[in-house]
Design a protein around this ligand. Sequence first.
Ligand SMILES: [Mg+2]
Length: 457
Amino acid sequence: MTARILVVDDIPANVRLLEVRLLAEYFEVLTANNGPDAIETCENGKVDVVLLDVMMPDMDGFEVCKRLKSDPATSHIPVVMITALDQVSDRVRGLEAGADDFLTKPVNDLQLMTRVKSLVRLKSLTDELRLRASTTRNIGIEELLSRDFATEDAKPRVLLIDERKTSVERIQKMLRNTAELDVATDPNAGFFQAAETAYECVLISTAFSDFDALRLCSQLRSLDRTRFLPIMLLADEGEEGRILRGLELGINDYLIRPIDQHELTARLRTQVRRKRYNDQLRASVAQTIEMAVIDGLTGLHNRRYLDSHLQTLFDRAVARRRPLSVMITDLDRFKSINDTHGHDGGDDVLREFARRLRKNVRGIDLACRFGGEEFVVVMPDTDGAVAEKVAERIRAEIAQAAFAIGADGKAIEVTVSVGVSSLLKGTDSVAALMKRADLALYEAKSGGRNRVVAKAA
Ligand SMILES: [Mg+2]
């Protein structure tokens, strides 16, 4: 795992100490000796994790963290605060400033590496989502990121998996006002409950009499539905080895008993905030991608998708000397269907046509709604003779059974004309290929409709 770590400390010797250890693990290291420099480096991008000293003259670590977290351009960069003393009050202040984690000086090597690695993993997930979101052009990614997701408003739904009654009661009391807390006392039941309910965080005790809590963590990480569910481990003093193994398995955070209420609520808030941020990002990316390439009415790909992929399929076929065919289909007298049965009736016809079309093409074929009542199917590895047979099968499938439209399922006859063209040996182009298919379609129409015309290769 390679990543760029920014080390911020006012004392050069401290910077050097961390730098050497990180370089030994093949991380790339950037350094800064004060807050403003650190912020500038982050703004210039390409920082994956910040290790931030708390005690610095002029601008202290809390202030640096607060500024990084309030700027949409840097708020997604994980910040690890490095405190001189293991002060709970410092930790709480840091969490309130938006810090993702803490390390205490002198920094324990193993802890440093596991924390950095776990945050780098998380960051790369967020980066991928941000990248996908920003490459889909019609989304205002900065607007999205600066939007307040109202995280403080809604109480998070949290699951506590813990078999000790006194411990359960204590946590229930601590979270009474900040979370909707469910409790599972049996770890196996807790696993299923976590998988079945939309929790925003799960707290897992390490203190089961007859069960390894880490097994539960690893099960939750490997299940699709709980892969992104934040896990916080509630451990006892002296369980450092276990916590480190937990971090390697992908737990997000931990608390050591006796648990401090402020620290618990602050850490929980951080986990929930991050999860909501990533969930929003993920949903928005998925929705934008879908809107960008899918035709809303039929669920087939749209013309934009065809335009961006046809050239690739064409180039691939030419390079591999493989055949490639294209068919353009056009519903016959569609205007009169619309006129007679209204646009809703017309939409029903288009949907049913798309369904039958999809049924008759292969997974590797690219079927698109080209516009209006025109559909295009691109068929890789398919020569003209086979393409013509496929086209004929589709034509027959449309003509042989009436279409049911409207709420009462009124049956109407629909037919389709199809033009087919195939890649020519020698010089050919996407435009020429499409033009030949279009000409063939024109011939099918003028020849009486409900027929296939193929332009032989
Ligand atoms: Mg300092």
